[in-house]
Design a binder for this molecule. Structure first.
Ligand SMILES: O=C(CO)[C@@H](O)[C@H](O)COP(=O)(O)O
Length: 217
């Protein structure tokens, strides 16, 4: 069964407590952290994550789009993250970083930009809990899904099966009612959606509609 992770990037930041309550039927809350360096946008830090933590039991899926994420793993773990995902393009020492995340008691994820080859994570695959395939260039919500990235999902899912590993694959960017069926057919485990959920008048209803479309596929 595909799981859903609404991204708060498209939520009303002045009203996060209520926004988060609207998606209580989700499996995770996806938290996009951007530093204005790795990506051109700036969003939230551990302080905001810590304050939302008090208002929901959803698992926190923290996506660090920051340079040298090793500097902040402890802060994001202590803020209440369950999964911490870092970009393989943002660090020189990916293996060490993965274990830094695990040592903080979190699940470790690695994200790949659309132009990054899966070979970048070949030698750390068995160390991972999650692979995040970016289906847009990171930095902004509301972009169009890059179709070629769906093949990456199929390839990594196949590799994980062959190696008999227990790693979830997540997709992030440009997923909406029109393409969610095709996306789910790749075998992806977790779908992140921002504008298709929090960009809608009723985020809870929007989440149910996405789920419905997957079930009816
Ligand atoms: O990481 C990002 C963008 O960099 C995402 O998590 C976006 O928040 C997804 O937004 P939509 O494409 O679903 O609007």
């Amino acid at each position: 069964m595909v799981e859903f992770a609404p991204s708060i990037l498209s939520a009303d930041f002045s009203n996060l407590k209520e926004e988060v309550a609207r998606v209580k039927e989700a499996n995770y809350l996806h938290l996009d952290v951007m530093d204005g360096m790795f990506v051109p946008n700036i969003t939230i830090g551990p302080g905001i994550i810590k304050s939302i933590r008090k208002h929901t039991d959803l698992k926190f899926d923290t996506h660090l789009m920051i340079e040298e994420p090793e500097r902040y793993i402890k802060d994001f773990a202590e803020a209440g993250s369950d999964i911490i995902t870092v970009h393989c393009e943002a660090t020189k020492h990916l293996h060490r970083l993965i274990y830094q995340i695990k040592d903080q008691g979190c699940l470790a994820g690695v994200a790949l930009n659309p132009a990054t080859s899966l070979t970048r994570i070949e030698h750390v695959l068995k160390d991972l809990d999650l692979v995040l395939i970016m289906s847009v260039n990171p930095g902004f919500g509301g972009q169009k899904l890059i179709p070629e990235t769906l093949n990456k999902i199929k390839t990594i899912k196949q590799k994980i099966r062959e190696l008999n590993l227990s790693i979830k694959v997540e997709i992030d960017g440009g997923i909406n009612n029109s393409n969610v069926k095709d996306v789910s057919r790749t075998g992806v485990d977790i779908i992140v959606a921002g504008s298709a959920i929090f960009g809608q008048p009723d985020p809870g209803k929007a989440l149910s509609e996405l789920k419905e479309r997957v079930i009816s596929s």
